[in-house]
Design a protein around this ligand. Structure first.
Ligand SMILES: [Zn+2]
Length: 373
């Protein structure tokens, strides 16, 4: 028996295809465009549809249903890069507690974060923005927009230093090209239904922080149990992915600690990503670990926040090493001990010995390290 809700949503997708067809000039389409008034029709398909709907409560109920059907497909579309995030009606970009839409900018073709970058991938200064886009705006408005871009996105932009040549609106292109979008959409709605599409908030937060929009969370969670059989480490990584790891920031928030400063550097607030990667003390520890590993195996580990938080290496030994080192960092934090490579190697030897006694396959996993520790 068909899933009626998915079936009904899939049927509505036909209307999206008709709206996108430039040759279709029917009267109903003109009426629809009239209802949009000051909203650029193209924008409707690029951004958070629910926010657009919210700004048009008078819109015909049928079109609201079509928008919602599109919105639930769009919500799950994976963008390769945060530079492809739409600036307008985007809940992640808030100015004065509201989503933004500057029609003048939109009409001039400024629609994505990418449009605020110069050719070298750097955010425009106010003067450069005015000069390059020809948009007459004031300093406060421009900096309001720049300020709305989350800090993590800015870090990603700064590190990436690449402007996208074009924004890949995969979903739009697909709907336009498909002869029978209903069938395709139905399959997708059913898939969403089965997978429980509502990704949890901690995962969205990690995606923001790491600047990645296509994290395969199923893989990340499955990976925990493949990397180690140690239930303590499994629970530790599980909590980390759910952002439940206790840090000074949290303890300060709950009134348990007098300061949220980092245990190791005392300079910055101890958030999860700071504790395991951003902190300079921790970063230099990771570099020491990578150097030591290269010395004994001749394999370089490209340490980065994604690898460390998600344990995303293709090599099981590297993943195991990283999870052990992360746990060691956490122990040092809890005991307020300083981080040092020798201390970690002593800890690692003990862990490896226990693991090898518990399971035979561990000997093979740690083979290269066992002789050098
Ligand atoms: Zn620190």
């Amino acid at each position: 028996m068909p899933h009626l809700e998915s079936f009904s949503k899939a049927l509505k997708l036909i209307w999206v295809k008709k709206l996108l067809d430039p040759e279709n000039m029917s009267a109903w389409k003109m009426l629809f465009l009239d209802q949009l008034k000051n909203i650029n029709p193209d924008l409707v398909w690029c951004t958070n549809i629910n926010e657009v709907i919210g700004s048009k409560p008078e819109m015909n109920i049928f079109w609201l249903d079509v928008f919602r059907a599109w919105g639930s497909l769009k919500k799950e579309e994976r963008l390769g890069d945060i530079k492809a995030e739409c600036l307008w009606y985007n809940k992640r970009l808030i100015v004065g507690k509201k989503v933004m839409h500057y029609k003048k900018w939109d009409d001039a073709g400024i629609r994505y974060v990418n449009d605020l970058l110069d050719n070298t991938g750097r955010l425009y200064s106010f003067a450069e923005f005015k000069l390059n886009t020809g948009i007459e705006t004031n300093f406060l408005t421009y900096h309001g927009v720049i300020h709305a871009i989350p800090r993590e996105w800015k870090t990603h932009i700064k590190n990436d230093r690449k402007k996208l040549q074009e924004i890949d609106n995969t979903l739009l292109t697909l709907i336009k090209s498909l002869k029978k979008p209903t069938r395709w959409a139905y399959k997708n709605y059913i898939k969403q239904q089965n997978e429980g599409i509502n990704r949890q908030k901690p995962h969205q937060k990690w995606e923001e922080i790491l600047g990645i929009r296509d994290i395969d969370w199923r893989y990340s969670f499955r990976n925990i149990f493949q990397v180690t059989k140690n239930t303590k480490l499994q629970a530790f990584q599980y909590k980390l992915l759910h952002r439940c790891t206790i840090t000074n920031s949290k303890l300060f928030y709950f009134g348990i600690k007098p300061t949220k400063a980092c245990t190791f550097c005392s300079l910055y607030s101890e958030t999860i990503v700071h504790l395991f990667w951003d902190c300079l003390v921790v970063k230099s520890f990771w570099l020491e670990v990578a150097e030591w590993y290269k010395d004994i195996t001749n394999v370089s580990i490209n340490m980065n926040s994604e690898l460390i938080i998600l344990n995303g290496s293709a090599c099981k030994t590297v993943n195991s090493l990283i999870i052990e080192a992360k746990y060691y960092i956490y122990i040092c934090r809890c005991k307020e001990m300083s981080l040092d490579l020798n201390g970690f190697l002593r800890y690692l030897r003990k862990q490896i010995n226990i693991e090898c006694l518990a399971e035979e396959t561990a000997v093979q996993k740690w083979a290269q390290i066992l002789d050098n520790i």
